[in-house]
Design a protein around this ligand. Sequence first.
Ligand SMILES: CC(C)(COP(=O)(O)OP(=O)(O)OC[C@H]1O[C@@H](n2cnc3c(N)ncnc32)[C@H](O)[C@@H]1OP(=O)(O)O)[C@@H](O)C(=O)NCCC(=O)NCCS
Length: 137
Amino acid sequence: MLVRQDGTLVGHACWVERGLQPAGLPILNTAYIEAVATHPDWQRRGYGKLAMARIAEEITGYELAALSPAAVPFYERLGWEHWRGPTAIRTDTGLLPTPEEEIMNPAPAADPAARPRRHEQRRMARRRGVVKAAESG
Ligand SMILES: CC(C)(COP(=O)(O)OP(=O)(O)OC[C@H]1O[C@@H](n2cnc3c(N)ncnc32)[C@H](O)[C@@H]1OP(=O)(O)O)[C@@H](O)C(=O)NCCC(=O)NCCS
């Protein structure tokens, strides 16, 4: 997704499909948000927020949204919160813990597409941890 102001490219964002698997649950079809950036000359004017709002409209068909934040306060202001459980990557030889990994998800109240069942899944996931079942980007 490209953000333009009067024809000038001022920012961009995208998402890739990933499978995130909270422990004890099936793999959830996840919109993993990447490449969120506003050109330095145009920052703090609402373009990043606009890009995230537009992406939220586009990803309503996914079971979960997630990202690895480089700007935590920005996402916190948008209503995202940290995944509190442990994380791991599935490899050919088993699960590889990734304790250094930081993941954020939309807080349930900030996710208009969330249904009660998914709220419950996320609560369980935070308690139990998550496994990245498929990497696509
Ligand atoms: C993070 C980034 C995308 C924010 O883009 P932006 O266009 O400046 O953000 P916005 O102007 O839409 O800001 C939205 C809100 O977040 C706040 N905000 C933005 N950047 C912030 C930061 N670094 N720290 C704290 N708050 C921040 C704004 O003040 C604004 O708050 P408000 O709605 O209460 O007024 C931009 O700073 C950037 O491109 N940084 C470098 C790349 C990067 O780190 N991307 C994140 C990858 S995960």
